[in-house]
Design a protein around this ligand. Sequence first.
Ligand code: PGA
Length: 250
Amino acid sequence: MRKPIIAGNWKMNGSRSSIKDLLDGIKAGMGDVKSAEVAICAPAIYLADVSAQLTGSKVAWGGQNLSTEASGAFTGEISADMLLDFKSEYVIVGHSERRTLYGETDELVAEKFEVARKAGLKPILCIGESLEERESGVTNEVCGRQINAVIERSGVKALAEGVIAYEPIWAIGTGKTATPEMAQETHAAIRQFIAEKDAAVAEKVRIQYGGSMNAANAADLLAMEDIDGGLIGGASLKAEDFLAICKAAG
Ligand code: PGA
C-alpha cells in the first residue's frame, strides 16, 4: 500500500502574517487527518517561519525549486543545503511553471532531481502535457519523455526516492480538472511506463495528481487506484480547503 501524500504548493503567494494564520489553521485541523502524509512547499524566504511553526507537527515542508549548484556565484539561487538548513524534507522540481516560464528543460530538471536526492531531499518531480499535446494524443509520450530524463541520469530506482506529480498543464490554476477517469488513465500509463523498467519501483512510487484539485473534487480523484495524493496550488492557500483535501486522502 502506498501512503497518500498531499503537498501544498504555495507558489509566490503569502506574507509572514497570512502564512502564520494559514499554518495555525492547518495545524488545528490535522487531528482529523488519519494516515495521509502532508507537506507544504513554501516560498524559500518563508522557510524559516514555516519550519519554526511546523516543527513538532505532523506537517512536513520544503521548497519549490533548487539550484543544481552547491554554492558560489549564482545570484538569486537557493541550494539543496540551504533548504536542508531549514529542515526541508521535500522540494518540487520541474513544475510546469518553471519549465514554461523559466525554460527548464527535461535534462535540467533531471539534474535538479539528482542533486536534491543526493543531498537527502525528496524531490517531487512534476510532469504533464499541455492542452495542445493532450489534443494531439501525445500525453503518454510527453510524460514518458519527462520521466525518462530522470531515469537516464539517475537510474530507475532513484524514482522511488522521490514523488511524481502528474499535472496536466491545462488543468493548473484553470479550474478545469481532469476527470478522475482521465487522470487515472494517465497515472496508470505512467506506472506502466516505469514498470517496464522496474516493476518494484512502479509499485512503490507515489504519483500525485495536480491541477485544480479542490475540496469538492479531491475524494473522487483520490479514490482512483493509481492516484496516490495531490499537489495542490490554489486550494492550499485556505486552511479549510487544504484540510478537506488532506482528510479525503485518508
Ligand atoms: P492548482 O495548482 O491546484 O492551483 O491548479 C497546482 C500546481 O500547480 O501544483
